[in-house]
Design a binder for this molecule. Structure first.
Ligand code: ZN
Length: 117
């Protein structure tokens, strides 16, 4: 199957065991080959990704105490409810906690919180 730049990656590496590890465009590659269509991602993309990662981290920092507080409130019992979204989006976070302490939650705002742990 060709990659986004139309290169048949398996063909490029010659296939065989571990062929994926030779790909020039995977950061985890051990023995990178060269590929004439390979380009470093544009700086703007790298920066946008860093901003996005930081935004997600910041959101985790914000919501983590609220999640822990909900778990303490239910203290190992099953429970469910809804609270104002701790991410500050203005939506409602609906959650359910199972007896073993696992929680799943989903915010009413599209693209906001949604997790299962
Ligand atoms: Zn939200």
């Amino acid at each position: 199957m060709p990659c986004a730049r139309g290169v048949d990656l398996k063909k490029l590496t010659g296939g065989g065991p571990g062929w994926m590890r030779k790909l020039p465009c995977r950061s985890a590659s051990l023995e990178k080959m060269s590929c004439e269509r390979y380009e470093e991602p544009p700086q703007a993309d790298i920066e946008a990704e860093a901003v996005e990662v930081e935004r997600l981290r910041e959101r985790m920092r914000k919501i983590e105490p609220a999640i822990q507080a909900l778990k303490r409130k239910h203290r190992g019992c099953t429970g469910s409810g809804s609270v104002e979204c701790p991410a500050g989006c203005g939506g409602t976070l609906k959650y359910a906690i199972s007896g073993n302490g696992h929680m799943h939650a989903r915010c009413s705002t599209d693209g906001c919180l949604s997790f299962m742990e």
